[in-house]
Write a protein that binds this ligand. Structure first.
Ligand code: HEC
Ligand code: HEC
Length: 235
């Protein structure tokens, strides 16, 4: 942004453009893109009012307490660590995550993140999410934890930690306490190349290399059931 432009006016201008674009999309195929642009405009409009105000535009998909809404494929956010949420928001905003062909859910979130004007807005909303209480994870995936244990301990635990609490030094996020259906979806997304394919996605690439290790859906479910048992048994 050129220095002499007033940031408030600039933001108002961008929001107006976005809402004009959203209203202009009358063709049936445009309604999704229009909805995405409206979401982004709402986020941008709230940004100057701080984290709690930004959060209001996240709650429609992620739930008012950040507990997640599986029907919208939007995961709970409150049990995840702030450093990981921040990195994912930066990646969505930069199009490092969510831009791959076929990644419809990632594209929805990418559109919202692009409404966040800068890193300060990302920090503000992540700090706000950090103040929301953790929610006990609900089990939705059927699997046999005992059969997932060896895979987890031999492969995943090296980076994600023995209790699946994550390891910031290895850039590997917490998995215990994250929605089990979301873990399954994201593991598959790495395998499909939806995540980890962008040339700037350094950490996604590390995980993508692991995405072929579990041989089939039954094993994926067993490993996720084991991770879920770490969350529900220990915490
Ligand atoms: C239109 C619905 C929608 C809105 C609004 C929305 N999200 Fe999302 N969000 C999603 C979906 C869907 C995903 C899962 C994307 C995927 O499957 O890759 C997601 C994923 C995320 C992730 C990644 C979590 C992880 O562990 O990988 C973060 C962080 C996130 N959203 C934060 C936010 C924040 C902050 C806001 C408000 C500024 C917001 N979202 C608004 C739908 C939404
Ligand atoms: C070499 C280290 C490494 C190993 C081994 C590894 N991961 Fe990961 N994993 C990562 C990193 C790094 C990320 C973060 C990627 C990013 O930032 O986009 C990640 C992310 C994930 C995510 C996405 C979580 C979310 O909320 O977005 C899932 C699910 C996952 N790993 C599951 C597994 C499973 C299951 C295994 C074992 C089969 C495994 N990982 C093994 C490094 C690893």
């Amino acid at each position: 942004m050129p220095q002499e432009i007033n940031p408030g006016l600039w933001l108002a201008f961008v929001v107006t453009l976005l809402s004009l674009a959203a209203c202009g999309g009358d063709a049936p195929g445009d309604s999704k893109a229009g909805a995405n642009q409206q979401q982004a405009a709402a986020v941008a409009a709230a940004a100057s009012r701080g984290g709690a105000a930004i959060w209001e535009s996240c709650a429609s998909c992620h739930g008012d307490q950040g507990q997640g809404l599986q029907s919208l494929n939007a995961p709970s956010l409150v049990n995840q660590d702030a450093w990981y949420l921040k990195r994912q928001l930066l990646n969505f905003k930069a199009g490092i995550r969510g831009a791959a062909d076929g990644d419809a859910q990632g594209a929805r979130m990418m559109a919202v993140a692009q409404g966040l004007p800068d890193e300060a807005a990302i920090d503000a909303v992540v700090d706000y999410i950090d103040t929301l209480p953790d929610v006990p994870p609900v089990t939705t995936v059927e699997g046999e934890p005992a059969k997932g244990r060896d895979y987890y301990d031999m492969v995943c635990g090296a980076c994600h930690g023995p209790g699946a609490r994550g390891n910031v030094l290895l850039n590997a996020p917490r998995l215990a306490g994250i929605d089990d259906w979301y873990l399954v979806a994201q593991y598959r997304n790495f395998g499909r190349g939806y995540r980890g394919s962008h040339s700037d996605d350094k950490y996604g690439k590390q995980m993508q290399m692991m995405s072929g290790v579990l041989p089939d859906d039954t094993v994926i479910n067993n490993v996720v059931a084991y991770i879920q048992a770490r969350a529900t048994g220990v915490e």
